[in-house]
Design a protein around this ligand. Structure first.
Ligand code: PEP
Length: 258
C-alpha cells in the first residue's frame, strides 16, 4: 500500500451467498471485531436485491454497499438485467465488473467489461474492474501480456478524470476460491505491471493515484503480507468476507504502516 498517493480499499464479494436476514447479525459481529481506528474504505458487494438492506445495516460500521454486476444496456427490453441507473437508484456506490466467474459462466468479454465500467461511471458508481490470468496463461508466461490487454480494453475511452473513480482488482483465476494464494511477490509483480500499463496510457499522476487490489484466497492470515506490498492497495475478498471476524482481521491488516 502507499497511502500517500491512494486509498486503501477492502472489498468483500459475497457472490450468491447470504440472505437479507443475515446482514444485520453479520454487521453486528463485524462491528464487534472491527479495529478502533481504520485506515481504509470498506465495501461489501452483495447480490443487487440485498443492496438496500446492506446500506441500512452497514451505516453503523461505515461499510459501503456494492453490487456484483450491471447490465451493459441503459434501459428497456432486457429481461432480468439491472441497469447502472437502477443500481444507483437503490444506493450502490460500487460494482464489480468482469469477475472471472462472470467471464467463465456468462461469457462476459473484455469489451463488455469496458461498456459496463463506462455505464457505471456515468451513474457515479465506482467500477471494481477485475482482471487476471488462468493457470495455463501463467505457465505459458503470458500473464502480464494478457492482463495488460484486459486493463487496456477495460479502460478504453475512459478519460483521466473518470479513471480516478475506478478501481482495478488483480485476481489470478487459479487463486479464486481455491485456497491457493499468489505469493506476495507474484501479486506485487502483476499489480506493479498494471500500474505501469496505466502510466503509459494516462501518465505518472493518474497511475500513482489509482487503487489496485489483489484478490484470490486472501484471508486473515495472508492479508498482512499481501497488503504490505507497495502496489497492492487493498483486497477483493470472496470466502473470507462471509466471516465477519476474518473480514475484520483483513481490515485490521490494512492498518499497517507501509
Ligand atoms: C473473489 O470472488 O473475487 C475472490 C477473490 O474469492 P476468494 O477470496 O474466495 O478466492
Amino acid at each position: 500500500m502507499n497511502r500517500k498517493y491512494r486509498k486503501t480499499v477492502i472489498a468483500g464479494n459475497w457472490k450468491m451467498n447470504m440472505l437479507n436476514s443475515g446482514i444485520k447479525p453479520f454487521m453486528e459481529e463485524l462491528k464487534a471485531n472491527m479495529p478502533k481506528n481504520r485506515n481504509c474504505d470498506v465495501v461489501l458487494c452483495a447480490p443487487a436485491i440485498m443492496v438496500p438492506a446492506m446500506i441500512k445495516a452497514g451505516k453503523d460500521c461505515k461499510v459501503a454497499a456494492g453490487a456484483q454486476d450491471v447490465s451493459m444496456y441503459e434501459k428497456g427490453a432486457y429481461t432480468g438485467e439491472i441497469s447502472a441507473d437502477q443500481l444507483s437508484d437503490v444506493g450502490a456506490k460500487y460494482c464489480i465488473v468482469g469477475h472471472s466467474e462472470r467471464r467463465q459462466y456468462h461469457g462476459e468479454t473484455d469489451i463488455q467489461v469496458n461498456i459496463k465500467a463506462k455505464a457505471l461511471l456515468d451513474k457515479g458508481i465506482v467500477p471494481i474492474i477485475c482482471v487476471g490470468e488462468s493457470l495455463e496463461q501463467r505457465e505459458m508466461d503470458l500473464t502480464m501480456e494478457y492482463v495488460a490487454y484486459q486493463v487496456k480494453t477495460a479502460l478504453s475511452g475512459i478519460d483521466a478524470a473518470k479513471l480516478r473513480r475506478c478501481i482495478i482488482a488483480y485476481e489470478p483465476i487459479w487463486a479464486i476460491g481455491t485456497g491457493k494464494t499468489a505469493t506476495s511477490e507474484q501479486a506485487q509483480e502483476v499489480c506493479e505491471g498494471i500500474r505501469a500499463v496505466i502510466r503509459k496510457i494516462y501518465g505518472a499522476r493518474p497511475a500513482r493515484a489509482i487503487s489496485i487490489l489483489y484478490g484470490g484466497s486472501m484471508n486473515a492470515k495472508n492479508a498482512e503480507e499481501l497488503l504490505a506490498q507497495p502496489d497492492i492497495d487493498g483486497g477483493l475478498i470472496g470466502g473470507a468476507s462471509l466471516k465477519p471476524a476474518d473480514f475484520a482481521k483483513i481490515i485490521e491488516a490494512s492498518n499497517q504502516e507501509c
